[in-house]
Design a protein around this ligand. Structure first.
Ligand code: GAP
Length: 529
């Protein structure tokens, strides 16, 4: 997708529908109308999530000598988030549409020009009702019918009617005047209605702790963490001392984060509850910039390994003025989602800002003592911060294919196939006896299932024709189907040598091959990691 704004709504709708139909992702509390910005992973989604997190953890923690894991608490002391700047600082400027009550990010409204119609109120002569209140509507297109502004204004004033039987069109508008407006941002681009003044909207979820907690006790206030990073900074000294590690070293964490996003959107992309996979990599100041570039390269190769195409990944070198004030370098890794090119991960060089702030606010020394040089200093930090749910969404979007297998003159045949890499696929192998009414086939198939089950997630299916069962597995991305047939039982004349072999059908090529049951486990293990 060359264009950053190019979108494919149709494709995205199909993906969202497949996710629900097949049990990857459901809306939270759907039967009660849904909890906006929250999602539940179904049986297959939970497997994909586990696979991704396990892989990330293995590559970034277990296979490295210089990175240690952490699993911090979600409830966070307000002092931590005051020091980090989140309390009082982690907010978006928001304004509301006076007509529809839609909430908009004030800093994302495109400037508009046009003629503004101003009114001072409205009345209803027959009932004697009136309202005294200023309101304006912007017409931002040339030669727009001015009655459109009046209609919008009547709809606005009608909200104040006590007698809801009176139709908006019966209202008389008061004190009409106009003005020419240039590049203004206080009108709703959707309907021209005036917006409220921008107000800061707190993005953190606040809660009270303890049975006797009351609103006036500052120590009872806690927050659901808005990022996993802060517990890493706060525990950096404990981790360092308990493990006796030397710079450079990292602390990695996977866990939930919560942000009261104003407009959760694009399926799971912008959620209110989501998971992050973050590393804080502590280093000497002179190594920070180099390590930032090295981490960027590592993270790109991780995405390649899990199956995101290189051409769909884009690196943005965030320019001066757009980065956080303490960051000398920040890269955003973006992916071509069907709804446009959007951020997957940030790799930021944060200097000594975070540890410095926690040292200042806690009064506890967070310096590192270099035994060789005898220097004492606050380490610098490079932070690769990835979204787990966003990566899963990218993997699902990447995997989704529709193949037209229609034969000439035949009925339309579209094969939906999720081309997950085997390491990510929720089911690694499906075990399919050819016929369910042949006890010997069923028994053998169950034996194969029992052989594989302790080592991988497998699925046993004996319903429907084998072709249909293959297609069902394609739709959920199972890389290998194992068919147990008469040859497996040694019952095919002239093919007795195929006894105790099975057919393996490959998801992507749909090719089939025969493998001895005794070779099956190592054959699969080699291919699913
Ligand atoms: N500690 C740095 C930090 O939290 P961020 O850019 O705000 O930086 C890091 O978040 C990553 O977390 C993002 O690149 C994204 O993948 C994920 N993320 C952030 N907000 C999210 C949201 N509302 N829904 C889903 N994922 C989100």
């Amino acid at each position: 997708m060359a264009n950053k704004d190019q979108t494919d709504t149709d494709r995205m709708e199909k993906i969202v529908s497949l996710c629900k139909r097949k049990g990857f992702i459901f809306q939270s509390a759907e039967i009660y109308g849904g909890l906006n910005g929250c999602w539940d992973y179904g049986s297959l989604g939970a497997e994909v999530k586990r696979n991704l997190k396990d892989l990330w953890w293995r590559k970034n923690v277990q296979e490295r000598d210089d990175i240690l894991g952490l699993d911090g608490s979600i409830l966070t002391h307000q002092a931590v988030l005051t020091a980090s700047g989140h309390v009082g600082g982690f907010s978006d400027p928001m304004c509301d549409c006076l007509l529809t009550k839609a909430r908009l990010r004030a800093d994302q409204i495109e400037p508009q020009s046009g003629i503004a119609y101003h009114f001072t109120g409205a009345s209803h002569e027959e009932s004697g009702w009136f309202v005294d209140r200023d309101y304006s509507v912007l017409l931002n297109q040339p030669n727009q019918d001015e009655n459109k502004a009046r209609k919008t204004a009547r709809e606005f004033y009608a909200q104040f009617l006590t007698d809801k039987q009176i139709p908006a069109k019966k209202l008389t508008l008061l004190g009409e005047s106009t003005s020419e407006e240039k590049e203004v941002t206080h009108y709703n681009p959707e309907n021209g209605s005036l917006l409220t003044e921008p107000r800061d909207f707190e993005l953190m979820f606040k809660t009270q702790m303890g049975a006797s907690a009351d609103d006036h006790d500052p120590n009872a206030t806690a927050y659901l963490r808005p990022e996993t990073a802060q517990s890493i900074f706060v525990q950096y000294k404990n981790v360092m001392d308990s493990n006796r590690v030397k710079l450079p070293f990292g602390i990695a964490q996977i866990g939930k984060a919560f942000r009261n996003e104003i407009n959760p959107r694009n399926f799971t992309f912008r959620s209110r509850e989501f998971e992050q996979m973050e590393i804080e990599y502590f280093c000497r100041p002179e190594d920070g910039l180099r390590l930032t570039d090295e981490w960027l390269a590592k993270r790109l190769s991780f995405y390649d390994e899990i199956g995101l195409q290189k051409e769909k990944l884009h690196v943005l070198d965030i320019p001066d003025g757009e980065r956080a004030h303490y960051s000398q370098k920040t890269y955003d890794i973006e992916y071509d989602f069907p709804f446009g090119q959007q951020e997957l991960e940030g790799v930021a060089y944060r200097g000594d800002y975070d540890l410095g702030k926690h040292q200042e606010h806690s009064g506890k020394p967070l310096e590192y003592f270099d035994e060789q040089t005898k220097e004492r200093f606050i380490p610098h930090v490079v932070e690769p911060s990835a979204g787990c749910d966003r990566t899963i969404l990218a993997l699902i979007c990447e995997a989704f294919y529709e193949e037209d297998l229609t034969k000439e003159g035949g009925k339309q045949d579209i094969r939906t196939v999720m081309r997950f890499k085997p390491a990510i696929a929720p089911i690694k192998a499906a075990i399919l006896p050819l016929l369910k009414n042949k006890p010997e086939l069923v028994e053998k198939a169950r034996e194969v299932k029992n052989l594989l089950q302790p080592f991988m997630n497998v699925f046993y299916d004996e319903t429907a024709a084998i072709g249909r069962r293959y297609r069902r597995q394609d739709e959920v991305g199972t890389p290998f189907c194992i068919a147990i047939d008469f040859e497996t039982m040694g019952l095919e004349e002239g093919k007795e040598d195929l006894k105790d072999t099975v057919t393996i059908r490959h998801r992507d090529s749909m090719k089939q091959e025969r493998i001895a049951i005794s070779d099956l486990l190592p054959w699969l293990l080699e291919r699913i990691h």
